[in-house]
Design a protein around this ligand. Structure first.
Ligand SMILES: Nc1ncnc2c1ncn2[C@@H]1O[C@H](COP(=O)(O)OP(=O)(O)OP(=O)(O)O)[C@@H](O)[C@H]1O
Ligand SMILES: [Mg+2]
Length: 362
């Protein structure tokens, strides 16, 4: 088990800065997920930790030691890639043992590590096959096995499941979770899939354009996003946003009104808003109550409904043009084209400054 720390880590390619000074402390044994949109610097950051990419500025520390100038092979890490990167002409057993043979490890030790990893990952029957004779999921398990046999201090994963179909992805998600539970190693896992992040992580680092926007436990981030970007990125369906403005601040609370005149009053003890401030109201699809159109805080025009039996999704617009989603448990008799009233669950509603996007929660 090992801690991993990043201190003001930067990366530039020529004159282009892609990572802007990242500070991060990953505790020993934590499963940390880097999540963010394409191009935000997740792989670059992971590759700098791995030693596959030079560090322009700042420090990477493993177990408290600066490793900037230590080669990838000597950092005690193992990386699993999206592409698997298996040797096609070698058997599964050789793919697993190859790295260890290069370290001149005794044959008996290599065999016992390979057998143990194969048992753990349930690929014992496949050891004599070549990668071309395996399914995508089996190949991914071999790629993970190759990391396991090295008994690394820290595992690094770069989108290891993105080549798998949806069902297999869910299954492998569980298997990687089990692996982490069994081995207890520190793991860093890169994905752009926020569901993977939510379900697998002890801690999530949400990245945008080379910066960490928020670092914390999945539900803390879900419940208290620091800004509109994080609020919109984490959680499915995406959080609903409505443009609004502070109409008044008084003893009853912060009264917020949208462009079309709908108003909602929120707790002034919770939100630090100023008079006339322009903002975005944020509310998740499952934090809404549906009522008659003249009894709600906002009127929604329903354009599409999804009746899934156990749950119902309503898609439409509120006010001028903003896309709005409502998620209700069970079955609801609402047709497309209908106008409904929605009431926001106040304790779960968010306010963000319109310009900076920062959360106004105190
Ligand atoms: N060798 C390179 N030279 C110049 N720019 C690069 C190089 N490698 C990456 N970049 C740029 O650095 C930024 C971060 O890339 P990176 O691959 O880390 O993103 P990512 O978050 O992993 O994205 P994805 O989810 O698509 O894999 C991108 O804007 C990319 O174009
Ligand atoms: Mg990447």
């Amino acid at each position: 088990m090992a801690t991993l720390e990043l201190k003001n880590v930067k990366k530039s390619y020529g004159k282009v800065d892609v990572v802007h000074g990242i500070d991060l402390q990953i505790d020993s044994g934590d499963f940390c997920v880097f999540v963010g949109p394409s191009g935000c610097g997740k792989s670059t950051l992971l590759r700098m930790i791995a030693g596959l990419e030079s560090i322009t500025d700042g420090e990477v520390l493993i177990e408290g030691d600066v490793v900037n100038h230590i080669t990838a092979a000597k950092r005690g890490l193992a990386m699993v890639f999206q592409s698997y990167a298996l040797y096609p002409h070698m058997t599964v057993r050789s793919n697993l043992s190859f790295g260890l043979e290069n370290l001149n490890m005794p044959k008996a030790e290599i065999n016992s590590r390979v057998d143990e990893a194969a048992r753990m990952l349930q690929i014992e029957e496949l050891l004599k096959r070549r990668p071309g004779q395996l399914s995508g999921g089996q190949r991914q398990r071999v790629a993970i096995g190759r990391a396991v046999v090295r008994e690394p201090k820290i595992f690094l994963f770069d989108e290891p499941l993105s080549n798998l179909d949806a069902e297999l992805r869910v299954a492998m998600r569980g298997e990687i979770g089990n692996l982490h539970h069994r081995l207890g190693n520190t793991m860093v896992y890169v994905t752009h899939d926020q569901v993977e992040a939510m379900t697998m992580a002890d801690k999530i680092a949400v990245l945008r354009a080379g910066r960490i926007e928020q670092y914390g436990k999945p539900l803390d981030i879900y419940n208290n996003p620091v800004n509109k970007f994080v609020a919109g990125f984490i959680g499915s369906p995406r959080m609903n946003f409505l443009d609004a403005q502070v109409a008044s601040i008084g003893s009853t609370g912060v009264e917020v009104s949208s462009a079309d005149g709908a108003t909602v009053t929120l707790d002034a003890a919770v939100f630090d808003a100023s008079a006339n401030q322009e903002l975005s109201i944020g509310v998740r699809a499952n934090h809404l109550q549906v009522v008659d159109s003249d009894k709600g805080e906002f009127v929604m025009e329903v354009e599409t409904t999804e009746q899934l039996g156990g749950e119902t999704y309503l898609y439409g617009t509120v006010g001028q043009s903003e896309a709005f989603t409502v998620h209700l448990p069970g079955q609801v008799k609402i047709e497309r084209g209908e106008k409904i009233g929605v009431i926001l669950s106040k304790s779960e509603t968010q306010l963000f400054d319109k310009l900076s996007g920062q959360s106004l929660r105190r």
